[in-house]
Design a protein around this ligand. Structure first.
Ligand code: HEC
Ligand code: HEC
Length: 279
């Protein structure tokens, strides 16, 4: 009984193949050919889809930039009064700020402030050092929420330039939707934005959390050029023999960097960093 069942099971499909003389064997090759065509077809389709997605991404990015520029006008008044002295390259310092430039703290504040970002050319969506605009927007938001800006040494002399409750509300009302929009954008196009290799993941983390201060011209504490991962890997900050002892890793693990705790690397991000060093 078992044997016949087995025979039937094996012969069944075979006989149906051969009985149908014309279509039997042909049917098989057809099927193979068909599946070949299917893979090339789907590859072409996939390529087209990616190209379309890339175009869409470009268009949407332009749209976001324009929207940001327009909505920025609603808070320009506030930041012009309270931030431009140090963050706008078109703002001329008063004469006492231009005296003895090298040792003048007012001049130094402007220089350092401009290095962090410049409203004229790099705002709202062009942060220094990083391609990752969310990084600067988040820093901006943090500075407003934590009231770390304008600098205390500045509001000591200009108390009326402190950020008031009403200013804070207006700034957040402007920046929060923009941050959400950008996050949505990143998620929507994640498959073409995210490079899942260890180096790609590391770069993504650095771009979000470190580049602003340590890459593409920014070099806080004398540490820059982080965007060059190959050079970074052979620098003194990476220990290839003992990855967990790399300064880049330990300094992030201890939350010493980034300076703002709100930006501290998550467990996952730390793991990704380690994986990149180990690779
Ligand atoms: C008196 C000068 C001065 C004024 C006014 C000022 N800033 Fe700054 N700002 C600085 C300096 C200097 C730095 C760089 C500080 C640093 O690297 O620690 C900076 C850095 C920043 C950063 C970057 C921080 C980071 O983590 O990358 C942000 C964001 C910022 N300021 C926002 C503002 C906002 C918003 C205002 C207005 C409400 C403002 N600042 C007003 C001097 C100023
Ligand atoms: C808001 C700016 C800012 C961000 C963001 C930031 N850093 Fe820093 N970093 C600094 C400053 C300022 C110093 C100098 C600190 C000092 O000398 O005490 C520094 C110093 C360092 C140094 C030490 C350099 C040396 O010569 O010893 C390392 C390493 C470093 N940062 C790594 C990182 C890493 C990794 C990240 C991201 C996970 C990061 N930093 C994010 C501002 C920043």
């Amino acid at each position: 009984m078992k044997k016949t069942l087995l025979l039937l099971l094996v012969l069944g499909p075979l006989t149906s193949c051969f009985l149908n003389n014309e279509k039997g064997p042909l049917y098989l090759t057809d099927k193979i050919k068909g599946s070949n065509e299917l893979t090339t077809d789907s590859a072409v389709y996939e390529l087209r889809r990616k190209i379309r997605l890339l175009e869409e991404k470009g268009l949407e990015w332009k749209e976001i930039q324009e929207e940001a520029q327009t909505s920025f006008k609603s808070i320009k008044n506030i930041v012009q009064k309270k931030c431009y002295d140090c963050h706008d390259s078109d703002t001329k310092l008063p004469f006492y700020g231009r005296l003895f430039r090298r040792i003048n703290p007012i001049n130094r504040h402007q220089e350092e402030g401009l290095e962090a970002f410049d409203f004229v050319s790099k705002f709202p969506l062009k942060s220094r050092g990083s391609e990752n605009q969310l990084s600067l927007l988040n820093a901006f938001r943090n500075s407003v929420v934590d009231k770390t800006m304008p600098l205390k040494s500045y509001t000591l002399f200009y108390p009326f330039r402190k950020i008031k409750k009403k200013d804070q509300a207006a700034l957040l009302e402007w920046i929060d939707p923009l941050i959400e929009r950008l996050k949505g954008f990143e998620e929507k196009y994640s498959e073409i934005i995210i490079d899942p290799t260890p180096a790609g993941m590391a770069k993504r983390i650095f771009s979000e959390k470190c580049f602003r201060c340590h890459a593409n011209g920014s070099s806080k504490g004398g540490f820059g050029e982080m965007q060059n991962l190959e050079a970074l890997k052979i620098s003194k900050f990476i220990n290839l023999d003992k990855p967990t002892q790399s300064e880049l890793y330990t300094i992030s693990l201890s939350h010493e960097m980034p300076p703002n705790l709100k930006e501290a690397l998550t467990e996952e991000e730390l793991e990704s960093m380690l994986l990149w060093i180990q690779n």
